[in-house]
Write a protein that binds this ligand. Structure first.
Ligand code: AMP
Length: 468
């Protein structure tokens, strides 16, 4: 009978006591390999929780968002910037704010081999501002308009529209205090969403004041909540001490009701912030952009000042930051906070996953690129000639589809049909010897024999005629 392993009960769980022998055993390469073999058989490898694969059939959405956002941004004078995926941990602590959820709970941090502390970027703005300062961009003509796109990382609770690795397109305008810049950025953002085929979206807007007027408002807000502390959720009780503004966007029922009746920042703005916000709204009116003044909109990052805004899907009721497609605002103090000269700025970040979900919900049709031609082959001679002809077609600029692993002409033509190709070119044994190629019109089924030397010219002529 095999010997029973010694176990003990600790807090209701069975814990195995390591034998002295197993403690002293070193993980030699052989042992590690054996253990890996054992675990790989019983536990197939999986993607990390909160991450996802972008499969080929989804790529059309990603490609459209990547291309259109960058193209529109460029039209409005934004230049592309790429920043590291990881940065000094301190950058986000100082930039995003130590009392924000992002820094408090969601940073992916690690030490490298030299013991330096780093964090995977949870957002773009802090990194871009760091790059602005480090590369002396304040000496360039201001304002600087920058566009970035890529993955970000937050140790969030994964759920629909909330991932641990997610993607954003991002726009920043650094170096201008003019309220026109806020309105212009909003215009560019809405123009970008329009090119994704999304119906008119809702723009929610608010002002959260500046270092001069916000402290006074926070006092008023705290006084209001102090009477209701017992009704607050656990998170809000804590936030009341660390980050009272965040009480306004809590989604818990009771907190939400209290927030609806809370004093608003817009009623407590200093003259400077009041004028700024009024001008932003005037410019939006001038541009014909509708908005909803949402006094509960505060955003989850500490660096915001004055204007804050979010883009929401049409028809989404209630207040749930989970539904916002993107958000942004002014951050006039961040450049100085991170060691640069005082430099006002405004930015926006759009979440790509939620945008794709919304595109699917609104059933946005994306025109997919179809191959121009399918190249089929029969027999060994046909296959050899087709292999070379394949490259010739590609060099001539055609988008060619083929499947050389299939020998049956029937299954090859079925594939061509499935891909919606108008023309199939077929090279069999006979055509290989005669130096010809069969042109098959997939719609009518009519076939013609053409000289291989004239095939490319002929195909170009036919495709061009059809596209007119
Ligand atoms: P934020 O950087 O928090 O201002 O968020 C801007 C946008 O990024 C949001 O409106 C979402 O579309 C998207 N976003 C933020 N966090 C996540 C996440 N964990 N998963 C997916 N999208 C996210």
């Amino acid at each position: 009978m095999p010997k029973k392993k010694k176990t003990t009960r600790k807090k209701g769980r069975r814990t195995r006591i390591k034998s002295r022998k197993s403690v002293s055993r070193k993980p030699t390469r052989k042992r590690v390999k054996r253990a890996l073999r054992r675990t790989s058989a019983s536990f197939p490898l999986k993607k990390p929780k909160g991450t996802f694969d972008i499969l080929p059939e989804e790529e059309k959405y990603w490609q459209l968002i990547r291309e259109n956002s960058e193209e529109i941004a460029k039209l409005y004078g934004f230049k592309r910037i790429d920043v590291p995926i990881f940065e000094q941990r301190e950058l986000f602590e100082r930039g995003v704010g130590p009392d924000t959820d992002i820094v408090e709970k969601e940073l992916y941090t690690f030490k490298d081999k030299s013991g330096r502390e780093y964090a995977l970027r949870p957002e773009f703005t802090a990194s871009i501002v760091r790059a602005y300062i480090e590369n002396g961009m304040h000496k360039w003509p201001q304002p600087i308009k920058l566009f970035a796109i890529g993955p970000l990382f937050r140790y969030d609770r994964p759920q629909k529209g909330r991932y641990r690795q997610f993607y954003q397109f991002n726009l920043e305008v650094i170096g201008s205090i003019d309220p026109l810049i806020d309105a212009e950025l909003i215009k560019v953002v809405l123009r970008i969403y329009e090119t994704f085929g999304l119906e008119a979206l809702n723009l929610e807007i608010n002002s959260i004041g500046c270092a001069k007027c916000r402290p006074e408002y926070i006092k008023i807000l705290k006084d209001y909540y102090k009477i209701h502390t017992r009704s607050l959720c656990r998170d809000c009780k804590r936030r009341l001490k660390t980050n009272p503004l965040r009480l306004l966007d809590c989604k818990e029922d009771k907190c939400s009701q209290l927030a609806n009746r809370a004093p608003s920042m817009v009623d407590n703005l200093c003259d400077d912030c009041h004028i700024h916000f009024k001008k932003v709204l005037e410019y939006l009116d001038e541009l014909g952009i509708g908005y909803n003044l949402n006094t509960r909109l505060v955003r989850g990052l500490d660096y915001y000042t004055k204007t804050v805004f979010e883009i929401w899907p049409k028809g989404v009721m209630g207040f749930s930051s989970q539904n916002s497609l993107g958000g942004g605002g002014r951050y006039d103090l961040l450049v100085k906070e991170l060691g640069g000269k005082e430099m006002p700025a405004v930015g926006f970040a759009g979440g790509i996953e939620r945008t794709i979900e919304e595109m699917k919900r609104q059933e946005v049709m994306i025109k997919e690129e179809k191959p121009d031609v399918f190249l089929a082959q029969i027999g060994d001679g046909g296959k050899k000639r087709a292999l070379r002809f394949y490259d010739e077609l590609i060099e001539a600029g055609f988008n060619v589809s083929a499947n050389f692993s299939k020998d049956s002409i029937k299954s090859q033509l079925r594939l061509a049909d499935k891909e919606g190709v108008k023309w199939s070119l077929i090279i069999g044994q006979k055509e290989a010897i005669d130096k010809t190629v069969i042109f098959r019109n997939m719609e009518s089924g009519m076939q013609e024999i053409i000289d291989q030397g004239k095939a490319i010219k002929e195909l170009k002529k036919r495709i061009k005629k059809e596209s007119i």
